[in-house]
Design a protein around this ligand. Structure first.
Ligand code: NAP
Length: 491
């Protein structure tokens, strides 16, 4: 940090060039500050770079899944596909001129705080180091594939791969495909490939509630109108239909017996009853837990597509994988050409496996020994000038992570102002403020719909929902300004 007239220039290391890292880079570029983005891959995009499976679609409406400062008139449909979203981020990266600040192929292996210099040293896999005043961890939540521990998985003779590592050479067309997992990913893949395969065996350990949504394409006239008048885009993004639904949804999450959650449950149940004609299949697809306990699946076509005769929903337990297919516990054998693992992600990793060492030599692994946490999801006691976007305990659910990251950035930016204006060399939340926040959060989290009795990636290792447990408006309000009395500043 160099000082001029009491002002200090702050140098920042951003880790990850996905949606959140790009956002931080744009904001720091606008301030004219020095920063570098370290990206382990050779392209930007994060989730949207890694996931290329058939049917990949964002279930947040496209006009709401954009940066607020960069509306996009050309979305093809209400729910955009993965490649189009990736192109959007590529376009934004170029438009804001941040590509030259991104160092591709640079995996961060450790981040270490120096008590003497009050600086972070970022070490790359190559051994190279970079010294910064502040670190922004924008490394995403869902990017470490969860590979199931199934006996014999390695013995399968055909291609077997996780959905985030899609194998373009694997037989799908006219092939016998096994698909393990029924989260948002597995459901989207069923809808995309059932007409291409000879047979699709969908291994379902737990069925999912499906909320019906409307997919439609924007016409050329609509796109021209959006281009001519961006207020028309805002009218969608900030419509009651979208914002109102987010607010009602988060109210439902927190008031599990209230009218909002009852309405969601009724819609899901009615969708199942009306859409699935075969009573046996209907019962197979009926969850025994409450809607939205696992992440609710939004789909306009799953129930229709799963009724295609090419699809078989297998609800028996998997005994093992054999060279030619999957053996069930009851002895049934499914001969397969390709096996796809839609088994989700290890959502407790965040920046790890990179090692982070803060004040007093304390590691993040140690701080997170029980569960990952961060004060208001953005900062950690003992880890000064270390800020997280979409970090632990932030809101999760069926809404835009871009909006969440933007609001978090607004908050982080104000913390960094204290460094910029020379008031502090470093800033971190006080341990007691964090402990009080976590105590309140955990107590509230247990009462949310996520804690109502199902397994999901929303739960931490102790079974407590790891997310923001209050309403979305509460989150938005909390991000307006930090409570500086909860922060320790060092001159
Ligand atoms: P997920 O929701 O965690 O689902 C994983 C699935 O794999 C579950 O059905 C799980 O069954 C099953 N599974 C895991 N291990 C298994 C095993 N050993 N044997 C059998 N089944 C096993 O993962 P995901 O579908 O990849 O989705 C993760 C998150 O990504 C979503 O919740 C969402 O936040 C995001 N996403 C969003 C979109 C979008 O449109 N915006 C699309 C895709 C993904 P159990 O339920 O029984 O554990």
């Amino acid at each position: 940090m160099t000082a001029t007239n009491g002002k200090r220039s702050v140098k920042t290391a951003i880790i990850g060039a996905g949606m959140a890292g790009i956002l931080a880079a744009i904001k720091l570029r606008e301030r004219g500050e020095e920063f570098v983005v370290f990206e382990k891959a050779d392209r930007i995009g994060g989730t949207w770079r890694e996931n290329r499976y058939p049917g990949l679609t964002c279930d947040v409406p496209s006009h709401a899944y954009t940066y607020s400062f960069e509306p996009y008139p050309d979305w093809k449909a209400n729910f955009a596909g993965g490649p189009e979203i990736q192109s959007y981020f590529e376009m934004v990266t170029d438009k804001y001129g941040i590509r030259r600040n991104i160092r591709f192929g640079c995996e961060v292996t450790s981040v270490d705080w120096s008590e003497d210099s009050c600086l972070w040293t970022v070490t790359l896999a190559s051994g190279e180091t970079y010294v910064a005043d502040a670190v922004v961890a924008a490394s995403g939540v869902l990017h470490h594939p969860n590979i199931p521990q199934i006996e014999g998985l390695d013995s399968f003779e055909g291609p077997v791969f996780h959905t985030a590592r899609w194998d373009d050479d694997a037989p799908i067309d006219g092939a016998r495909v096994g698909l393990i997992g029924c989260g948002s990913t597995g459901i989207q893949i069923v809808t995309a490939i059932n007409k291409r395969v000879e047979r699709l065996v969908h291994f379902q350990r737990s069925p999912q509630w499906i909320l019906p949504v409307e997919q439609f394409e924007f016409t050329d006239e609509q796109r021209a109108a959006f281009r001519a008048d961006p207020k028309l885009i805002d009218a969608i993004r900030y419509s009651d239909e979208y914002i109102g639904a987010v607010l009602r949804f988060t109210k439902g999450i927190t008031e599990v017996d209230g009218p909002e959650m009852t309405a969601i449950e009724d819609l899901c149940r009615e969708n199942l009853e009306k859409s699935v004609r075969d009573p046996d299949l209907r019962e197979k697809l009926r969850p025994d837990y409450r809607a939205a306990c696992k992440r609710l699946i939004y789909s306009w076509c799953y129930y229709e597509e799963v009724q295609n005769p090419s699809v078989y929903v297998e609800t028996g337990g998997i005994e093992r994988v054999e060279p030619k297919g999957v053996r069930m516990k009851d002895g049934t054998f499914h001969e397969l050409d390709t096996l796809v693992l839609a088994t989700g992600f290890r959502a407790d990793r965040f920046i790890r496996p990179a090692g982070v060492t803060g004040q007093g030599g304390r590691t993040l692994d140690d701080f997170w020994a029980v569960r990952p946490s961060a004060y208001y999801a953005v900062a950690i006691p003992g880890f000064p000038n270390f800020f997280m976007l979409n970090g632990p305990t932030g809101p999760v659910g069926n809404f835009s992570l871009i909006d969440i990251a933007e609001r978090q950035w607004g908050y982080i930016d104000q913390l960094m102002d204290r460094l910029r204006n020379g008031e502090a060399r470093y800033i971190a939340p006080k341990a007691e403020a964090h402990a009080e926040y976590e105590e309140r959060r955990i107590a509230a989290a247990k009462t949310t719909i996520f804690g109502s009795g199902c397994s999901s990636w929303y739960l931490d290792a102790t079974g407590v929902p790891s997310s923001w447990p209050w309403g979305y408006q509460d989150f938005a309000d909390a991000m307006v300004a930090p409570k500086f009395e909860d922060y320790a500043l060092s001159a």
